[in-house]
Write a protein that binds this ligand. Structure first.
Ligand code: HEM
Length: 540
């Protein structure tokens, strides 16, 4: 049986893990070997800390991921997905193959709009939604969404005591009784932001340039063009608040202990009905498929709300990576200069038209992937910031044979995990793992125990269906960002990953930083070209 590292008689290894998961696991590995079992209160997780055993681990049929997602869905988002294996496997195809390119095309359009709005000042119109108390149940009536119109802050508060707020909200059987989201008339416009530098919190800047297009790519836009509480900036703010408690919630600690998470959850539950959602312009194929699937399996509107939030939750990882990309570019002038040079060179080579106004450059997915420094930089961000478990439930007593041929008896009912951050910070695989080296992955091969590591970067686990889409989105964002903006940190502003949050797919920062940015004059217009031919053209 795998050995067990020493821990507290009651907490097990909780405290060591919370202090610094990677340091604890690397130390336990040195003492116990490649496979050992840690204990969190009464839950046992067997860690397979051998990078060469990754494929065997991923392919072991008795190690099941669905039991884990079921736990997250129930404990955090309060719903159960009927026929979940089929649903995830079929929905996952909606962001892969030819769908990858159409999804990307939608994202690129939304990104273009977000950048255009940033420059014209439109993105600073913060839509504000509040529920009409006449239309709401008692539980919903206590929520009042106040969004302060400011370039730097959105303040969403729930009036009434938090104990009045119920998460998950209780809907009546009639699906039309879902909370109505009403248009909010208070919209403020701001001056154009071109021609001068603007200061902002990095989260806010990243939210307006990246989270907004991400949100619209998933949920589309209201065809009537109404601004409501179902708005990217409101959801971003609330998700941030909700996510702080994610590790506790999925382990099963009751929501009631976290009033802040409950009030955020109550706001996040205010979504269009499934019919309204599917009619939204640009609603993703993934959401449409999943909603239709769930309706066919007689799932409730509340279940669909829960699923929408799970989907936003997985996409939120992409936002977190983008935050770190922006930060790392600004933190080191050398990195900024090197990536800017690579992007400008490619854009210049591709640009057409003689005057700046006519200048345009087209990129296919292949073109995007050819930028080797952008590629390496993104991998380095994922290496240094991922915090996720690749965790499975053990369905049957299993003899697991590591790559080096050692057998371990793994018990049915336990959990078993690979911990990618422990590989990502293994000094034998990565020289000076604590140092951020943006070009680390250029033409690089990594070794452990003298053998090539086939999968040195495991930030997406083995099952994430969104990996290709996320990578393409982020690279395209970086190219557009460098093409359109100059950006820098304000003096003395520094942050780092919050290592108390290991367990999140991508670590959040310990605190936010202030930055300033300047929209470039007449940047080259960048267009993403769908390799498979635009679905928009095909539909004509
Ligand atoms: C940088 C961005 C992302 C990161 C770091 C990330 C990471 C992960 C990880 C670590 C897992 C668990 C996989 C495993 O244990 O083998 C996962 C699962 C999943 N991810 Fe992602 N992900 C990202 C973006 C996305 C996007 C954009 C989508 C959708 C378009 C997505 C959809 C999913 C889904 C549906 C699952 C659950 C799969 C299942 O239940 O079988 N992810 N992701």
């Amino acid at each position: 049986e795998p050995p067990v590292p020493r821990g507290h008689w009651f907490w097990g290894n909780c405290i060591q893990f919370k202090e610094h998961a990677v340091k604890f696991l690397l130390k336990a590995h040195a003492q116990c070997g490649d496979v050992f079992t840690v204990r969190f209160l009464n839950q046992h997780i067997t860690m397979v800390l051998d990078v060469h055993s990754y494929e065997k681990f991923s392919k072991e049929r008795n190690f099941d991921f669905h039991e884990i997602t079921k736990q997250v869905n129930q404990n955090v988002f309060h719903y159960e997905l009927v026929n979940s294996r089929k649903m995830i496997s079929e929905a996952g195809q909606k962001v892969n193959g030819r769908h990858l390119f159409t999804s990307m095309e939608n994202f690129a359009l939304n990104l273009k709009n977000a950048f255009r709005d940033m420059k014209s000042g439109n993105s600073e119109k913060q839509a504000v939604g509040s529920c009409s108390t006449a239309q709401l149940s008692d539980n919903e009536r206590v929520r009042d969404l106040n969004v302060i119109n400011s370039s730097t802050s959105i303040n969403t508060t729930a009036t009434g005591s938090s104990s009045n707020i119920i998460w998950p909200p209780i809907y009546k059987e009639n699906q039309l009784e879902r909370p109505q989201i009403i248009p909010n008339p208070s919209i403020t416009t701001f001056d154009k932001m071109s021609t001068c530098w603007h200061e902002d919190d990095l989260r806010n800047f990243a939210s307006r340039t990246f989270f907004s297009p991400l949100f619209y790519t998933i949920f589309g836009r209201d065809t009537k063009g109404q601004d409501t509480s179902f708005h990217p900036q409101v959801f971003h703010k609330m998700f941030d608040q909700f996510h702080k408690y994610f590790n506790f919630l999925w382990l099963g600690v009751p929501h009631q202990l976290f009033p802040e998470a409950m009030s955020a959850g109550a706001v996040l539950a205010q979504q269009p009905t499934s019919t309204e959602m599917m009619a939204r312009e640009g609603c993703s194929e993934y959401i449409k498929f999943a909603t239709d699937f769930m309706l066919r399996h007689s799932q409730s509107e509340q279940d669909i709300v829960g699923h929408n939030l799970v989907f936003l939750h997985v996409n939120y990882n992409t936002f977190r990576v983008v935050y770190w990309c922006m930060y790392k570019l600004m933190e080191d002038a050398k990195i900024m200069a090197a990536l800017r040079e690579e992007v400008e060179e490619v854009v210049e080579a591709k640009r057409s038209g003689s005057s700046p106004e006519e200048a345009a450059a087209e990129f296919t997915a292949d073109d995007i992937h050819k930028l080797t420094l952008v590629d390496s930089f993104l991998k380095e961000v994922i290496r240094s910031m991922s915090g996720v478990f690749m965790i499975r439930k053990v369905l049957e007593d299993t003899v697991f044979t590591t790559d080096s041929g050692i057998n371990y008896n793994i018990r049915k009912g336990d959990r078993v995990a690979i911990y990618p951050p422990a590989f990502h910070y293994d000094p034998e695989i990565y020289e000076q793992p604590e140092t951020f080296k943006f070009d680390r992955f250029v033409d690089a091969t990594f070794y452990k125990n003298g053998k090539i590591v086939k999968h040195p970067l495991i930030g997406f686990g083995s099952l994430c269906p969104g990996q290709k889409f996320a990578i393409l989105q982020i690279k395209w964002f970086i190219i557009n960002l460098l093409n359109s903006f100059k950006l820098e940190l304000l003096d003395g502003e520094r942050t780092g990953p919050n290592t108390n949050m290991y367990g999140h797919e991508i670590l959040p920062p310990t605190h936010d930083v202030r930055c300033r940015f300047l929209a470039k004059d007449s940047p080259v217009t960048l267009t993403y070209v769908n390799n498979y031919g635009s679905h928009k053209t095909r539909n004509l």
